[in-house]
Design a protein around this ligand. Structure first.
Ligand SMILES: [Zn+2]
Length: 178
């Protein structure tokens, strides 16, 4: 079995993990299963649609482009994730899914990797939908602040509940900030 196909079988637990936020987890689950209505898929049943990515306007929209090869997505993903993943940092979906499923990680690092991945994918997809519905584009810096706010909210919740191994995460997370 190749690393990628093993990863595809094993990602369930890495999506529906303890302390996950359900709407983020659901989005990530759809993305991993290739069920999001990205324009490459829409074009299959609806010919002639414009498949250009609304975030960068420079490439065709596919899942792997949105998460996180798109230049707009990279602006958000890289600063959030590089400090957490360090040498294993990637913006490539397949590599990230493989990391999710197979890579042994310290508990808090694993938690913040999974949580940040889901929150970022969710917020990017929401921004993509907003733009497709003609709403005013949000700047990458503003979107990053929204994601950080979601992460901070989760941190304070985890801390107030005193969940084993994650209490010291605030220092950890702040320590990953570059
Ligand atoms: Zn793009």
């Amino acid at each position: 079995m190749t690393r990628v196909s093993a990863a595809q079988c094993d990602w369930g637990g890495s999506i529906w993990f303890s302390q996950a936020t359900p709407k983020f987890a659901f989005m990530a689950w759809l993305a991993i299963r290739g069920r999001l209505a990205t324009m490459d898929r829409v074009a299959v049943w609806s010919q002639g649609v414009d498949t250009t990515c609304v975030l960068c306007k420079r490439a065709s929209e596919t899942r792997n482009h949105l998460f996180f090869e798109c230049s707009f997505s990279t602006q958000i993903w890289e600063p959030l994730m590089k400090g957490i993943l360090r040498n294993s940092y990637s913006g490539k979906w397949e590599e990230l899914v493989s990391l999710l499923a197979t890579s042994p990680m310290e508990k808090k690092k694993q938690f913040w990797f999974r949580y940040t991945l889901q929150a970022t994918a969710y917020m990017l997809w929401r921004e993509r939908n907003r733009r497709r519905h003609g709403e005013q584009p949000m700047l990458a810096t503003v979107l990053t602040k929204h994601i950080e706010k979601a992460i901070r909210n989760k941190l304070s919740l985890v801390q107030s509940k005193g969940i084993g191994g994650l209490e010291v995460s605030l220092q950890y997370w702040l320590g990953t900030k570059m």
